[in-house]
Design a protein around this ligand. Sequence first.
Ligand code: HEC
Ligand code: HEC
Length: 206
Amino acid sequence: MRLLLAAAGFLFACFSVLAQPATQERLKIVQGDPVALKAAVEAGRKASFFCANCHGETGVSKSQEIPNLAGQNAAYLLEQIRKFGSGERKDPFMQGLIKVLKDDERVQIALFFASQASARSKADAGLVARGKELFGKLCTRCHGDDAHGNEQYPRLAGQNLVYLQSSITRYRDGTGVRNNQLMSIATAPLKNDDIVAIVNYLTQLP
Ligand code: HEC
Ligand code: HEC
């Protein structure tokens, strides 16, 4: 019965939510079913063995340039995987790698990393207060007061400093590596010093 309902829900979602790719609907269905969720997380752990080389076994990455995936929102992870696959987001290595993942594996990997405990890093204590002020003014309305995000917006708390800095700068400068209109607008007023303060604030947040 549960399977039948899930199948019906999935078909309904496919026909009704045209704006949403089918994999996002699949993710929601699995998230709503504790048994399926547990199985998907386990499958994701296995399917992500290669990702561990850079992102770490539990999604806490091994270098400052590489984003942590642990504790990130699953819907956001899945959307970024889709963007690498379609070439909307550019990274030569990630684009090639993502192409070989099947839809099911994408959902499982997103759920696995989302389920892992997030990390945090040390910051320059002298910059944190200024970063907090800027973030509160310009960023919390989407990313949340605690910078944990939600289904629509990524978690930023505890993310690696160098990765945060390059991502924010890319949105601001319109380099074409990452395209998102909301983020282009949000980052437009930031000076380089502002970005440095914001990323020092974010990287030390729990
Ligand atoms: C050789 C190292 C390497 C491997 C292996 C790797 N990644 Fe990545 N990944 C990166 C780097 C570097 C970035 C950041 C790219 C950028 O600057 O935008 C990234 C970014 C990402 C992002 C975007 C995160 C965010 O916060 O926006 C996701 C999702 C991701 N990788 C998933 C995966 C998955 C899934 C695998 C395994 C199938 C994988 N990666 C394997 C290096 C790697
Ligand atoms: C109107 C909503 C909105 C506001 C305001 C906003 N963001 Fe974002 N942010 C987003 C969305 C949506 C994304 C995902 C974009 C994408 O797919 O590339 C994002 C992505 C990001 C990322 C990439 C995270 C990752 O893991 O790669 C960073 C960093 C970021 N935002 C920082 C900020 C900062 C700093 C501010 C304030 C100056 C800000 N955002 C304000 C909506 C917003």
